[in-house]
Design a protein around this ligand. Sequence first.
Ligand code: ISL
Length: 535
Amino acid sequence: MNEWWQNAVVYQIYPLSFKDSDGNGKGDIPGIISKLDYIKELGADVIWLSPVYASPMDDNGYDISDYRAINPLFGTMDDMDRLIAEAKARGLKIMMDLVINHTSDEHEWFVKSRDKNSPYRDYYFWREGKGGKEPNNWGGFFGGKVWEKDERSGEYYLHLFSEKQPDLNYKNPKVLEEIENIMRFWLDKGIAGFRCDVINIIWKKTLQNGKPAMALCGSEHYLTNEGTHNILHALHEDVLKNYDCFTVGETVFVDTAQANELTSAQRGELSMVFQFEQQNADQVFVKWFRKKFKPKQFFETIAKWQTEVPWNANYLENHDQPRSVSRYCSDESYRDMCAKMLAVMLFTLRGTPYIYQGEELGMRNFDFTLMDDIRDVESENIYALAKKLHIPEGYRKRMIREVSRDNARTPMQWNGRRNAGFSEGEAWIKVNGNHTTINAEAELSDENSVLNFYKEMIALRKTSPVLREGSFRKIHISNTAFVYERELDGEKLMVALNFSGKTVKVNVTGETVISNYGGKKFDGELKPWQGVIIK
Ligand code: ISL
């Protein structure tokens, strides 16, 4: 039998871009509360809230300066308590983002740690330089260096992300204790669990030089090691197991064997993980040098994870990834069909499905024209680095256009009017021009919209034990088609997907349970971007 969180559908909110209630152009918690009915009607059960904690917003809240306070931009602790209560009243649960690999450099611990004699010094990695240079040769996630020199002590601190995100040192047991108390603080407020940010990089085994590599030099010293397992086990034993909650780990560069270790019930660490291997179908290790999307590789990867990992966290989008319709379907005229076909996949894979705000509308990538429209710290860093490397401007811009995290961060499109109904003021990032046609209001009243198809898919999943609990079996994979079977106690459903604008023949026929093209019978011919469930 499934656990409740295995039956749940999760909806991710990126608070800055969801709904602004006070006209300052930035989304906030009262805005979220005003849209709870929308989320409930969609059929979601859990809201994953990207960070709302106090933060200077260097990385939009993934740089936390106080884990027990709410960012005034988003509201107050009263607003947060109200959000949890209002959600509960509708049968919705809230999952928080737990960002504990690093804090903000404005967190009290870090501010104090700048003093060499402070007990907080050892909360972070402070090291002397080597021969006038940085302590080691590691490379950062946002491109560029990972060490920053502090004039006060003359020493450097480690930051795998921006220089305003210093890494915490888990070799200091005090750090673990602090984090555990923070987790209890939130769980006691009634939240349903945590999405654990870059959780498989928290243990730095050594700070020795890394082997020179294309990217992420030094990562062999911190990716998914025994130290991480020990910390996760401690969090589970000391805190998580005492609550009715679940966790999803954001685990970069894990393989299926590692995922199984991280989620094994015997070990007691995480409930499930987000894998990144599926992204490799169109991104090489250095995601900025994007390849053409290869559906076959994408299907093989998904099928491998479905087969080898008992329970997956299935997703196509989040606040770091381009929009799925833009990424997987290049033809604008098939946007609707493509978004619906992707929904067929998302809700028929084995695992917990995660929807990212706007995905249910089929929102597309950011239509920016100028680099000045870009807000993301990662995009800015990479653009500057590429310029330094003399990469031509046209190519640089293309990199940003295709891969930038801002693609997913434009405001949620609520209606076709000013600012897409997101804000009365000036939005912090441009609203996509296509909001006049792609928006929640229009889609709610259109029977055939992407949004209504999402509702149908979620409702189907809710009433179908085989979709929630059944096994997964790969049936057929080609350069365009993906066919698989779900089975439970002899009951079988077949899913067939076409990732192309051409008609494709597959070797299955039968009665249609649901299809983005409608119809009662499936004769084995997939129409362009068709997604179909067959009985
Ligand atoms: O964007 C990425 C993958 O396409 C990564 O480089 C990303 O930064 C990485 O997956 C970690 O992401 C998480 O931690 C970051 C934060 O900026 C991201 O928004 C968050 O999801 C640092 O906290």
